[in-house]
Design a protein around this ligand. Structure first.
Ligand code: NM2
Length: 538
């Protein structure tokens, strides 16, 4: 059968079985599953918290070493290649590849959680607590997070443009360690764990975004936002938007959707910045960036080890937030890495690393600075109590309440909801592409359509079942999806770092030779043009 020839059945079936083994108990035994999931969350974040934070920092230092060390000047392609995309579109594409609907969610209300339950045992709502409330969001979406994103991009891009070997699977990037086992079970295990990770990470994303969109529909049309039917409808609508746009012959439909989204997002941010408390937003954002730089390592390593001893309170702040975030970025990273690699032809390793860290962090800081600080201002100025809505209703209700406070509330809510829905569609698009490519031995142009559609639907299964059982602890349940799925990724990341250094080490002589030859050629061209100029002068 032509449609199945290139399938990698062991990887496909193992991934499917893992998904079913998580989802079936969730639906069959909701109460018991909920307790098990929350225990698992506690177990992983407490047991592996230190490992997660240490690996986050290690990755950060590793990519800086790549940028500033002897390999920083290595060009992804021939030495004479120019970057394929201009810096602005490269930065925009990079940002869109890694960021989805969740930034709309957390950008608006992350501060509320930190304001009420602050880090470092500060007093809730105190000046220090407010300072950190606006800073921690930027930190959790900042340089370490983007370092986690850029790491897998490096070996993938290197293999693609220097070694001329296309990579669509993360196991192939570990080849220097795995050797002949790359295509055998250890390699397949890595791919299955990657799929498991992405399903978990997307579970968190879709599980947060769907109720948010439902809450938006509630405030727009008055329908019940808590109902399961509406939520299922939203997940299906996003899948259908993706499916129609990518199969209808509408050329590059999804590309058009992401462009529309980029503009909608710009308009939204610009609008809030102008009609909102502009000076407050600017001052708070600048102060937060400063505080993040000052306390960078404190935040990157704080694990509250003395909580519970000598009357020190135990807040579990780092476990619930920093560890969760690193896990969530980790599970998305190999997949985003493939996209970053694709757009980085002709760039030097140093440019890819520093560009990702800088533009990624700046982009996220813009969302947190504008949307979050607008909400904070509503709270502090007594215009509207966001904390009350969060405490008495839900996160998504608080988001919609903040957006509803803006001028033209209904229209702004509609734009916000539409943007989130398109983000969901693009998550389905890119997620299903990578999942289907990973479950094939080879990709002939595009992964099989049926395989892609299958994964597009599979992506909704976990968030939907989590939403069905969620109650009071819904955030904890959704966070667990990324936290548990992220644990194996820690090992894969360590393998990626070792593999990449090995590859560069093996190629070092060749790379140096290539660089020397290029410089020599450049020098010669230059001296010819000098000679020409001198002749003309005479
Ligand atoms: N990250 C950036 O949900 C999304 O928007 C996709 C989430 C990992 C927190 C990425």
């Amino acid at each position: 059968m032509k449609k199945f020839r290139l399938m990698d059945w062991p990887t496909f079936i193992a991934s499917l079985l893992i998904l079913l083994s998580v989802v079936v108990p969730l639906i069959a035994f909701p109460e018991a599953s909920r307790n098990t999931i929350l225990q698992l969350n506690d177990w992983v974040t407490t047991g592996l918290g230190a490992v997660y934070l240490a690996v986050g920092l290690a990755v950060f230092f590793f990519v800086l070493y790549i940028a500033f060390g002897k390999y920083g000047q290595v060009t992804l392609g021939k030495e004479s290649d120019e970057p394929e995309f201009g810096t602005f579109s490269w930065a925009a594409m990079l940002f869109c590849a890694g960021i989805g609907s969740s930034i709309l969610y957390w950008g608006v209300i992350e501060w509320v959680y930190y304001y009420q339950a602050p880090p470092f045992h500060l007093d809730p709502a105190s000046e220090e607590a407010i300072n950190y409330a606006t800073t921690y969001g930027i930190f959790h979406w900042g340089p370490i997070a983007w370092a986690i994103y850029v790491l897998p991009a490096l070996p993938i891009a290197y293999s693609l443009y220097v070694k001329k070997r296309p990579i669509l699977k993360i196991s192939l990037a570990c080849e220097p360690i795995l050797g002949k086992y790359t295509t055998r079970w250890p390699g397949k295990l890595i791919d299955v764990l990657f799929i498991f990770g992405l399903l978990g990470g997307a579970g968190t994303t879709l599980g947060l975004a769907t109720p948010m969109i439902a809450a938006g529909m509630e405030s727009l049309f008055g329908i019940d936002g808590e109902g399961a039917a509406l939520r299922l409808g939203i997940l299906i609508a996003a899948t259908v938007i993706f499916a129609v746009s990518s199969y209808s012959g509408l050329k590059r439909g999804i590309k058009v959707l992401s462009d529309i989204n980029l503009w909608l997002t710009f308009i939204l941010l610009g609008f809030v910045f102008i009609v909102g408390p502009t000076v407050f937003i600017m001052e708070t954002t600048v102060s937060s960036v400063g505080l993040m730089i000052k306390d960078f390592f404190r935040m990157a390593t704080w694990l509250e080890p003395f909580g519970g001893y000598n009357d020190v309170p135990e807040t579990s702040f780092p476990q619930s937030w920093t560890v969760f975030y690193w896990a969530w970025w980790l599970v998305y990273a190999p997949f985003v890495g493939l996209f970053i690699a694709r757009i980085s032809k002709g760039r030097r390793l140093k440019e890819v690393v520093l560009g990702t860290l800088l533009y990624g962090t700046l982009g996220c800081a813009l969302f947190f600075g504008i949307l979050g600080n607008y909400g904070l201002w509503l709270e502090l100025s007594g215009t509207f109590s966001v904390t009350e809505v969060l405490n008495n209703q839900s996160g998504e209700a608080a988001i919609m309440a903040v957006i509803g406070q803006l001028p033209f509330g209904k229209l702004t809510t509609a734009v916000f909801v539409l943007t989130a829905l398109i983000y969901l569609a693009t998550t389905f698009d890119s997620g299903s592409y990578i999942l289907s490519a990973t479950t094939q031995t080879e990709v002939d142009g595009e992964p099989y359509r049926w395989n892609r559609l299958f994964w597009a639907f599979a992506l909704s299964v976990l968030p939907f079942s989590l939403m069905l059982i969620s109650g009071e602890d819904s955030l904890g349940l959704l966070q667990t999806a990324s936290i548990v799925a992220g644990a194996p990724l820690i090992v894969i990341f360590i393998m990626l770092m070792i593999s990449f250094i090995r590859t560069l080490g093996d190629d070092r002589v060749k790379l140096e030779e290539r660089h020397r030859a290029h410089k020599e050629k450049e020098r010669r061209t230059l001296s010819i043009s000098y000679a020409k100029r001198d002749k003309w002068w005479e």
